[in-house]
Design a protein around this ligand. Structure first.
Ligand code: IPD
Ligand code: CA
Ligand code: CA
Length: 264
């Protein structure tokens, strides 16, 4: 896995150069609205093509699923890429965004890279080999209950069908926890669960490229991540609950009465 990791890290760092270079020009960047509240700029596209070129050169036979260009190729190995996770933050100069690259082998996540270009924090994981932040081993927090826990979340701002269900979920956690953060990059939120900065995280309606790398980080750091039925279909349905094992169990219990059938 080491050579693959080296290439994936190189791809993420190369993309981060593009993202950082454009930062002081975001006011002048043409923004295309893909769907309501879903934006794309040439930065997302350039960062993505830098990543794809690097991966393709090293692994010409692998398939690639990338947010801006979709699916290419067919192989047991599939790279899942979000070139800029947190585009809304980026466009507003709000300093929380990341690059997310994961590798799946036959339905199993085997490698993860999440890179925060501003803090130069590199989160990596390989299946069975633990999770790391800048090459130092990380683990989920030891927080044992929701009381005192810091949770991360994302709002369902693109598809607002689930706003009421989401607000009910929020209401069950709000009085019980020490705080809830909506930072704006799901990949980094999951990386923060992996390194114990957040005790848990939940969000409705993500895409596989938002989740794939972060999910492996959480698992390799000793955490649990599932969908709202406590199954592992989160890459397909986009619904996520993650946390250290104790906080995860309590989150699931609290969420259960508020999960509409359509999200199960
Ligand atoms: C978004 C971020 C955000 C989450 C959204 C995602 P994007 O990704 O991860 O935190 O709430 O659902 O779509 O569009 O900036 O790549
Ligand atoms: Ca994303
Ligand atoms: Ca993105």
């Amino acid at each position: 896995m080491k050579p693959m990791m080296n290439i994936a890290v190189r791809a993420a760092r190369d993309a981060s150069k593009v993202i950082v270079q454009y930062m002081d020009r975001v006011d002048h960047l043409p923004v295309v609205t893909k769907e309501k509240n879903d934006f794309v700029t040439e930065v997302d596209q350039k960062a993505e093509s830098v990543i794809i070129n690097t991966l393709k050169q090293a692994f010409p036979d692998h398939s690639i699923l990338a947010e801006e260009s979709g699916l290419a190729g067919h192989s047991e190995y599939q790279w899942i890429i979000d070139p800029l996770d947190g585009t809304t933050n980026y466009l507003h100069g709000f300093p929380q965004f990341s690059i997310s690259i994961a590798l799946k082998h036959k339905d199993k996540l085997v490698l993860a890279v999440v890179y925060d270009p501003l803090r130069q924090e590199l989160f990596t994981a390989s299946a069975g080999d633990g999770a790391y932040l800048n090459n130092r081993r990380i683990r989920v927090s030891k927080q044992s209950s929701l009381s005192g826990a810091l949770l991360g979340t994302g709002f369902p701002y693109k598809d607002q069908r689930y706003l009421d269900a989401y607000l009910n979920m929020f209401k069950t956690f709000f009085p019980e926890t020490a705080g809830i953060r909506r930072a704006g990059s799901a990949a980094l939120d999951l990386a923060y669960v992996a390194c114990g900065r957040l005790d848990g995280f939940w969000e409705i309606g993500l895409q596989s490229w938002d989740i794939a790398a972060g999910a492996l980080l959480v698992r390799e750091a000793g955490g649990i991540i599932t969908d709202f039925s406590a199954n592992e279909n989160y890459l397909d349905n986009g619904n996520v609950i993650a946390g250290n094992p104790k906080v995860f169990n309590q989150m699931l219990k609290n969420l259960e009465p508020h999960i509409p059938d359509s999200l199960k």
